[in-house]
Write a protein that binds this ligand. Structure first.
Ligand code: AR6
Length: 167
């Protein structure tokens, strides 16, 4: 089941929350900065041991001071006009995060809107890719009981609701 909600992902009590990270996995602005601030310095210490992550891939850590048990870090693609494989990379972010969630026995997962902030991926396209990929994964993997898309502003929420209503 997919739910679109408004909120701050650092407050969400899911088995895993996803971080829209960068390839260094050493923190940044946006949701990444908020997650590191809320989780505390132990998160950065564990991230240092991961030696980065490629765009479209995902790595998992503990959640430390967050209400979530795990954080799944995925660097989304930077939007560069759409001819550099951005759409396939964004899809692989959602898929690889969900695969890790299954592997770690997570039943509930919360995503932010990957790549649509600092990385400028158009929301209209990103929302459709996210919703399609999440729904098709969950259909095949009933172990994932609930996925939340946690939107930080009304405009973002509107796009995800529209994408869900069209599927
Ligand atoms: N909870 C939920 N969503 C949030 C939160 C929050 N606390 N804070 C921001 N958002 P962005 P990107 C929304 O820029 O585009 C970082 O520096 C935000 O409004 O965080 O993937 C990384 O280190 C937007 O809708 O991620 C990378 O360098 C969405 O989260 C780079 O930014 C994603 O925006 C990644 O850029």
């Amino acid at each position: 089941m997919l739910k679109i909600i408004m909120g701050d992902i650092t407050k969400v009590k899911a088995d895993a929350i996803v971080n829209a990270a960068n390839t260094s996995l050493l923190g940044g602005g946006g949701v990444d900065g908020a997650i590191h601030r809320a989780a505390g310095p132990e998160l950065l210490a564990e991230c240092r041991m991961l030696h980065g992550c490629k765009t479209g891939q995902a790595k998992i850590t503990k959640g430390y001071r967050l209400p979530a048990k795990y954080v799944i870090h995925t660097p989304g693609p930077v939007w560069n006009g759409g001819h550099k494989g951005e759409e396939a990379l964004l899809k692989s972010c959602y898929e690889n995060c969900l695969k890790l969630a299954s592997e770690y026995g997570c039943e509930t997962v919360a995503f932010p809107s990957i790549s649509t902030g600092i990385y400028r991926f158009p929301l209209e396209k990103a929302s459709v890719i996210a919703v399609e990929t999440i729904l098709s994964y969950c259909k095949e993997h009933p172990e994932i009981q609930e996925v939340q898309m946690v939107c930080f502003d009304e405009r973002t929420k509107g796009y995800y609701e529209k994408a869900l209503s069209l599927l």
